[in-house]
Ligand binder design. Structure first.
Ligand code: SAM
Length: 188
């Protein structure tokens, strides 16, 4: 991520947006269960929202430096930070009750990598587990904010079939002004 983007994701303004925009939607997803996975926590403001609401949280982060800083900041809490690529996490199968990814899919280099992530999330979820996420829509403002940065937006119109290819069912997608949100289930 570029430095400006990183600063924004660690800012009080972003924390406020997450609390007013994202949190009500997360809460509307119902019980997240006792063992939750967050993919791509970055500086961890989304981790802070989740960790006070679930018994145990695993935060899976690709970037060495971000993973180290989060490990240090959240030492002694209910969060375990794992430094790994979410397309091949090394985590045990059928462990998690819910998996989340907030504003991270567009930071993956290709649609193929995103599809690998969907398959990996399906593998690590328990039967009946849910996958919930939010990501950016493709527009000029988003592209401008990702200069010198990876920006591979997911087309929400194709997401249901891509999740179905990874064996998710009951997919719901809400498209908003600047982002879309989705929920999908792993069958029992
Ligand atoms: C834009 S940040 C989102 C941070 C946070 N979720 C938020 O909404 O404030 C995206 C994060 O996803 C991480 N990421 C990108 N690809 C990843 C992968 N394959 N596995 C795990 N994390 C990844 C990036 O390193 C970055 O920290």
């Amino acid at each position: 991520m570029n430095e400006l983007h990183l600063q924004f994701l660690a800012s009080p303004g972003w924390a406020k947006m997450l609390e007013t925009d994202l949190l009500p939607w997360i809460l509307a997803s119902g019980d997240l269960g006792d063992d939750v996975l967050e993919i791509g926590p970055g500086p961890g403001l989304t981790t802070d929202l989740l960790r006070t609401r679930v018994p145990h949280l695993t935060a899976l982060e690709l970037d060495d430096d971000l993973a180290s800083r989060l490990t240090e900041r959240l030492a002694g809490t209910n969060v375990v930070v794992v430094r790994a690529d979410a397309t091949d996490s090394g985590l045990p199968g059928a462990q998690f009750t819910t998996a989340t990814c907030f504003s991270m899919l567009h930071h993956m280099p290709t649609p193929q990598a995103q599809d690998l992530l969907f398959a990996e999330v399906h593998r690590v979820l328990r039967p009946g587990g849910q996958f919930v996420g939010v990501d950016a829509l493709d527009n000029d403002a988003m592209r401008a904010g990702h200069q010198d940065d990876t920006f591979v937006p997911v087309d929400p119109d194709t997401l249901e079939s891509r999740l179905a290819a990874a064996r998710f069912t009951s997919t719901e997608i809400d498209v908003g002004d600047y982002q879309f949100r989705f929920r999908a289930s792993k069958g029992r």
